[in-house]
Ligand binder design. Sequence first.
Ligand SMILES: Cc1cc2nc3c(=O)[nH]c(=O)nc-3n(C[C@H](O)[C@H](O)[C@H](O)COP(=O)(O)OP(=O)(O)OC[C@H]3O[C@@H](n4cnc5c(N)ncnc54)[C@H](O)[C@@H]3O)c2cc1C
Length: 365
Amino acid sequence: VKIAKTTKPIKTVGTVGTVKMSIRNPTLDNFYSADIAIIGAGPVGLFSVFQAGMLGMSSVVIDALSHIGGQCTALYPEKPIYDIPAYTKISAANLISNLDKQNSPFKPKYMLDQVVNLISVDEKSHWILRTSQDNYIKSKAVIIAAGCGAFKPNMPPLEGIDEFENKTVFYNVGNTDIFKGKKIVIAGGGDSALDWALSLAEIADKIYIVHRRRNFKAMDNTVKKIEEISTGSGVIEFIIPYQLYEIHGEFGILHSIDVINLEGDIMNLKADYLLPFFGLKMDLGPIIDWQLNLNKNHITVNPENMMTNLEGIFAIGDVSDYPGKLKLILTGFSEAAVACHNAYKYVFPDKALHFVYSTNNPIIL
Ligand SMILES: Cc1cc2nc3c(=O)[nH]c(=O)nc-3n(C[C@H](O)[C@H](O)[C@H](O)COP(=O)(O)OP(=O)(O)OC[C@H]3O[C@@H](n4cnc5c(N)ncnc54)[C@H](O)[C@@H]3O)c2cc1C
């Protein structure tokens, strides 16, 4: 099963429901094609890759996060899950790692760190998805496994912060080289804040951890290590109980941050970078505008085939809704199998689908 880049760029204008959408001239470099486009790399989207692969269909998986796993890796990687069939107990992170391994024969293309913000159709009734990184994906069927929506970082309510975002203010850390010898304000008291403080302490000149409470919501071991650095080399300094108050700088270059405590005392911290880690929120965002039938932020589907009101677009996992819906991973796995079997006729309209068990499936044997 191959992910092919299309041989020629296409220009397409389509409609979804009553909304007319035009697609700007994509170039070969940002145009991908696969049998099925899967929106969401949570456990359910990941299992869809396997189910699609077993039926000979290729897939592209797009996710807003920089890693696969959806809620399992973003919200509770270390927690044990007890209701995955045949596992007495498995951590959420290991479940995702196993799903990834199970998909490896099918070589899915993961397009991470990007939100699908547009769906359109071309003149041949192929679906065209556009992502926030201006990538285009052409597919014959779409599976929406978007959970409660795309994960987005909670942003601190600091006036003018947008001028600094992705220059000197980051909500997730990519290239750590830029922090060498710099002064960094890390805001937040959870695992992300403290894990990054610990790892950047090896290269930064100074790290201020700004947190509004005295207690941290992070692993005891991490807190202990940070306390040791703070009393030892002093690279890390706790600014507690304070919260972010004002940002100073110009043209996206940060100069300093004012922080404030409950008594109204303000302290100025000289800083080159601000890393706020205030958790993630989920936002159904653009999906709301795709002319899909919705029920309270969930996509209504026909449970017989998991199809939405749009032909060839399926919705599964937490985002889907039908009478009797159970929001569980195991239900989502079953929905993935149903959706893929029903997507087959859109991918191979001239072929009959003969049901085979995995034990006899020549594709995996
Ligand atoms: C603390 C906790 C414990 C849990 N314990 C259990 C348990 O024991 N057993 C169980 O069965 N379930 C449990 N759950 C629920 C389970 O995690 C969810 O049912 C499951 O994650 C749903 O999977 P999903 O693939 O449908 O969606 P998600 O895991 O939510 O993944 C959806 C993905 O889609 C992406 N996305 C959404 N919109 C877009 C877009 N437009 N563009 C790009 N990407 C997009 C999101 O970024 C996200 O990564 C638990 C949940 C929590 C929070």
